[in-house]
Design a protein around this ligand. Structure first.
Ligand code: 13P
Length: 254
């Protein structure tokens, strides 16, 4: 399985700063790395057009992701951006159901499921985030919670419609905290989700990747990214620093 490393830039960088980061990233990544690893950046919506233009014009081997999409396709929904609009910008991936959106913007499982359908309709690969709070982990309810998140996310998906999917396990207590799930914790959850997803009719073994996110840095990336069970990483803070992000990418033993 080809590994994938996604830099989630979150609410950082204006479009000029985003261009600078992309260009520095492009000349720092070792040549031909992208043949073995999918390298993806996920800027704010306001930077998508600038980044897409550079990727397409200079034929960069970096792929573009959005950080969110609307549950609606068009109409009177002020402030929303549709999967159709993203697809016109050659966006290949889109993060959906990030815990920051579930918490800060009160996104429900139902809304997330609609977004996933909209993305798949436009051939954009959803990066479906899921994970538990510290409270849920400590009360041993986390596997139940995660199973319910996954089941809601994939409701109604059909194998003949789904080409690619990425599932990102992001334990909420590990996001931006410096706390990293132990490799044992991450492997336990991801193995369970893989098994659960494999029972669903839409599962295509070849095309579904299961990645980890939450305080991934050059100090822990080697163990995470070389696990046979984990197909990549969703990197927040460390992706804003090119040297750190490239060190994370390079920690994959090829
Ligand atoms: P950090 O890597 O900053 O913990 O963020 C993780 C994350 O939320 C990626 O989507």
């Amino acid at each position: 399985m080809k590994k994938i490393v996604i830099g989630n830039w979150k609410l950082n960088l204006d479009h000029l700063e985003a261009i600078q980061l992309l260009q520095k990233l492009n000349y720092t990544i070792e040549e031909n790395k992208e043949e073995k690893i999918d390298i993806v950046v996920s800027p704010s919506h306001t930077s998508l057009r600038s980044i897409q233009t550079i990727i397409d014009t200079d034929k960069l081997n970096i792929k573009l992701s959005a950080q969110d999409v609307s549950q609606f396709n068009e109409g009177a929904y002020t402030g929303e951006v549709s999967s159709q609009q993203l697809s016109k910008l050659n966006v290949k991936y889109c993060i959906v159901g990030h815990s920051e959106r579930r918490t800060e913007f009160v996104e429900s499982d139902e809304t997330i499921n609609k977004k996933i359908h909209n993305l798949i309709d436009k051939d954009i690969t959803p990066v479906i985030c899921f994970g538990e709070t510290l409270e849920q982990r400590n009360s041993n309810k986390y596997l139940e919670h995660i199973t319910s998140q996954i089941n809601s996310a994939v409701k109604g998906l059909r194998k003949d419609k789904v080409d690619n999917l990425v599932f990102a396990y992001e334990p909420i207590w590990a996001i931006g905290t410096g706390e990293v799930a132990s490799i044992i914790d991450a492997v336990e959850v991801i193995s369970m989700v893989k098994e659960n997803v494999s029972e669903k009719a839409f599962y295509n073994n070849e095309k579904i990747r299961f990645i980890y996110g939450g305080s991934v840095t050059p100090d822990n990336s080697e163990e995470i990214l070389n696990s046979e069970i984990i197909d990549g990483a969703l990197v927040g803070g460390a992706s804003l620093n090119v040297d750190k992000f490239v060190t994370i990418i390079n920690s994959i033993n090829l």
